[in-house]
Design a protein around this ligand. Structure first.
Ligand SMILES: *Cc1c(COP(=O)(O)O)cnc(C)c1O
Length: 467
């Protein structure tokens, strides 16, 4: 497929600029471009076809089932987009006088109240633009807290080996040393290993509960207590908040700071690199260190991790989502996510062994180790085969502690029929692995893009068109 730049023809175009409503100013010569900006020039027809063709090559939630574990690829109601498209919200500027943006202020205040209530925290910042950005910010709060107490030797963050990869990465970026602790046979925190790893140098713990294998760690109060007694703080990775929202709160589990992925749990489509939001909520003790917009009269400069109030429109979508669902609906969404995951897991576990536990929360992990040994068909082969059935592959080879892992997160917005179909397809693929493994090694057969070189794509991404 040709890039839009390659389709460009000089002189072709379809821009109709509005009449200029501000005084025209001539730029000084030294600021002017020497060459015209090389923008693609296409007719409206060609642009429309170009983007339609691109959309057809991708798989979105509007195309079909998208059970990508840990990523929460659920359907986002249109009304959330509609609210975020209201001109009163899209047309504001963050430097406008406060008196003219009281509506936006109300949005932030209300979203803050709801999210603090849902997480059991006291305050929040909306600045971080994604989950990993929130982790980094939350860890800076922990760091600032210890520093303010003169506790300068607390430089270790404890993270279980099942954690999302962003956790250790964020800890290192924030200047900490990571201490990895093993999971026990249930996929949960090994309490003895945890006790052995805390000490005078413990800054804190990073944990997600339910963890990345979809199990709720019932020792959570003891875990957070071990950290507190050692003088550390507890960080909750709330990226997959749909697993617990409306049912349990990180604040009540002993956590001091949490980030949420509004773009996963709270109705912003994601995956294409669009705007996200990873607000960080914290308990009173961390409030002084929260980032924020400096306002006139501030005594000390505030930590700032992004401009102004973060991705405001994503917060607005989250607020719309919460207001349309209400407290009851939020809980129902959570229960639906957990029910769907358990339903799907139950329909598969006699063929594909579940890595941990009898019951899961919002997601579950299958191990295809045995299947691979017996047939040569790998987790990758099964994942790729799903594409031919109009389904997006699940998360593969994660968490690292499970061999030949496939991690499914069906989400709450899928119907029983969709889950039944996915179960049937996966069961048929299991049979196919024994009868025609070769066919699965070659899958997908009907997709435009089959098996791209993922290492090359990750190590040498080409993100910019080079003329
Ligand atoms: C998605 C996810 C993250 C990272 O969120 P981003 O917005 O992609 O940076 C962190 N932790 C967990 C458990 C996640 O699922």
């Amino acid at each position: 497929m040709q890039l839009i730049f390659e389709k460009s023809r000089p002189g072709r175009g379809c821009t109709i600029l509005p009449v200029c409503d501000v005084p025209e100013v001539q730029l000084p010569e030294q600021l002017k471009r020497e060459q015209p900006l090389p923008l693609p020039e296409l007719s409206e027809t060609d642009i429309s076809r170009h983007y339609t063709a691109l959309a057809k090559r991708a798989h979105g939630v509007n195309d079909g089932f998208y059970p990508l574990g840990s990523c929460t690829m659920k359907y986002n109601p249109r009304i959330d987009e509609e609210m975020a498209a209201l001109p009163g919200f899209t047309g504001v500027h963050p430097l406008q006088p406060a008196a003219t943006v009281q509506g936006c202020q109300k949005v932030l205040d209300t979203a803050k109240a709801y999210l603090c209530e849902a997480t059991g925290m006291d305050d929040i910042t909306f600045q971080p633009a994604a989950g990993a950005h929130g982790e980094f910010t939350g860890l800076l709060l922990i760091k600032a807290y210890h520093e303010a107490r003169g506790d300068l030797h607390r430089n270790k963050i404890i993270i279980p080996d099942a954690a999302h990869g962003t956790n250790p990465a964020s800890a290192v970026m924030a200047g900490f040393t990571v201490v990895t602790i093993p999971s026990n046979a249930d996929g949960c925190v090994d309490l003895d290993a945890l006790r052995a790893s805390v000490g005078e140098d413990t800054a804190g713990l990073m944990l997600t509960n339910p963890n990345t294998v979809g199990i709720f760690d019932s020792n959570i109060l003891e875990i957070t207590d071990i950290i507190h007694r050692a003088g550390g703080l507890n960080y909750y990775d709330g990226a997959n908040f749909n697993a617990i929202m409306g049912v349990v709160r990180p604040g009540d589990m002993g956590f001091d700071v949490v980030h949420l992925n509004l773009h996963k749990t709270f109705a912003t489509p994601h995956g294409g690199g669009g705007p996200g939001s990873g607000p960080v909520a914290c308990k009173e003790i961390l409030r002084p260190y929260l980032p924020g917009c400096a306002v006139a009269g501030d005594s000390a400069p505030k930590l700032q991790v992004k401009g102004f109030y973060g991705n405001f429109l994503v917060v607005l979508k989250a607020l719309t989502y919460m207001m349309t669902l209400g407290a009851e609906g939020i809980r129902e969404a959570c229960e639906g996510a957990v029910l769907n995951a358990n339903y799907m897991m139950s329909g598969l576990r006699d063929l594909y062994p579940v890595a941990y536990g009898q019951r899961c929360m919002h997601e579950f992990v299958l191990s295809l180790e045995q299947l691979k040994k017996e047939t040569g068909v790998s987790a990758l082969d099964v994942a790729k085969s799903l594409i031919d059935y109009g389904m997006h592959p699940p998360t593969m080879y994660f968490p690292l502690i499970v061999h030949e892992a496939l991690m499914f997160e069906p989400t709450e917005t899928e119907s029983k029929e969709t889950l039944d179909e996915a179960i049937a397809v996966l069961r048929a693929l299991y049979e196919l692995a024994y009868s025609d493994a070769e066919q699965m090694h070659q899958a997908p057969h009907h997709a435009q893009i089959k098996r791209p070189d993922e290492v090359q794509a990750a190590r040498h991404p080409v993100l910019r068109y080079q003329r």
